[in-house]
Write a protein that binds this ligand. Structure first.
Ligand code: IPM
Ligand code: MN
Length: 360
């Protein structure tokens, strides 16, 4: 298969981890006779520094013309501490999501057997957890009208959802559940919010098309508690933009490190793959960033194009690296110089020589 992949590695540790994902994809291309072409473009703080714009036109055009986008991370502390900055790196990511119509953000969360002791949660609570979060990504409070009164004393962000925005992601969530444990949990705040009541109504109606899938509802405050008390109860979680942002960071503690969590953002025409962690500026250039989230995002990219065998080899390589403790310090107390690129090298070698590919 021929794929043109836009690489937007962004800020902080973004370039280091994305580099490992590219290495792994090149190994896959070699072993499975595919042709992957990578083209880089700036986004985020680095793009602001270069052009004044967190998403330069050329970057957006490259993404539009590519089959898929591999994204690193964005963010820089110089903007975090300056709430009045007019141009912010995050705007680049939000504009990219909106312009490309990436309305569904899929975030898998699982407890790896070999890492059960790495989570702050008890092993018996997390063992066997396997969740797929479907977060709506181009609507809600993130994109509603924003206002600040002239005297700067009152601010508002509008949260708005249409039936169509809810239906399109709900279909994806139900379809995903059909090939999983056949359960969808809608996370909302329908006891308070009008938008949440619309979500419940629309999702309940649509559930009739999927009689084999059980539909369940949870208020987001309770869902936050259940995620820690009993994460095994979840299969597919369907939720709006802001709740999905919060719940997915919370869920990341189950796996033992946010450095493991990959994601796919898909729309009708485009698809982007990115680790859910941020730019982790303190770690930039130190070789300590975990590349696995980025590498697993590359595996999701392959799955998106139906290359399941290839994706499975990557996942098996990741499992093997975890099993043998070839891991960065977030997962390794005895950090003996296992750097970001050593983890990438290990998985690259595994692809060329999969010693034990039935691990999955
Ligand atoms: C994420 C991030 C983004 C979000 C930020 C960087 C805008 O936290 O992808 O989860 O809030 O969606
Ligand atoms: Mn987030």
């Amino acid at each position: 298969m021929k794929l043109n992949i836009a690489v937007l590695s962004g800020d902080g540790i973004g370039p280091e981890v994305t580099h490992q994902a590219i290495k792994v994809l090149k190994a896959i291309a070699q072993e499975f006779d595919h042709s992957f072409r990578f083209k880089e473009a700036p986004v985020g703080a680095i793009a602001i520094d270069q052009t004044g714009n967190p998403l330069p036109d050329d970057t957006l055009q490259l993404c539009e013309a590519s089959d898929a986008i591999l994204f690193g991370a964005i963010g820089d502390p110089k903007y975090d501490n300056n709430p009045s900055a007019k141009v912010r790196p995050e705007q680049g990511l939000l504009k990219l999501r909106k312009s490309l119509g990436l309305y569904a953000n899929i975030r898998p969360v699982k407890a790896y057997e070999t890492l059960l002791d790495k989570s702050p949660l008890k092993e018996n609570v997390i063992k066997g957890t396997d969740i797929s979060i479907y977060r709506e990504l181009t609507g809600g409070i993130y994109f509603g009208e924003k206002q600040l009164s002239e005297d700067g004393q009152v601010a508002s962000d509008l949260c708005e959802y249409s039936r169509e925005e809810i239906e399109r992601i709900a279909h994806l969530a139900f379809k995903a559940a059909q090939s999983r444990k056949k359960k969808v949990t809608l996370v909302d705040k329908a006891n308070v919010l009008e938008t949440s009541r619309l979500w419940r109504k629309v999702v309940t109606e649509l559930a009739k098309d999927y009689p084999d899938v059980e539909l369940d509802f949870l208020f987001v405050d309770n869902a936050a508690m259940q995620m820690i008390l009993n994460p095994k109860q979840f299969d597919v979680i369907l939720t709006e933009n802001l709740f999905g942002d919060v719940i997915s960071d919370e869920a990341s503690v189950i796996g033992g490190s946010i450095g493991l969590l990959a994601s796919a953002s898909v729309g009708n025409k485009h698809a982007m793959f990115e680790p859910i962690h941020g730019s982790y500026p303190e770690a930039t250039g130190k070789g300590i960033a975990n590349p696995i989230a980025s590498i697993l995002s590359a595996a999701m990219l392959l799955e998106h194009f139906g290359l399941y065998k290839e994706a499975n080899v990557i996942k098996a390589g990741v499992e093997k690296s975890l099993q043998l403790h070839v891991t960065t310090p977030d997962l390794n107390d005895n950090f003996d110089h296992i750097t970001t690129s050593k983890v990438g090298d290990f998985i690259e070698d595994f692809i060329h020589n999969p010693k034990d590919s039935n691990l999955n």
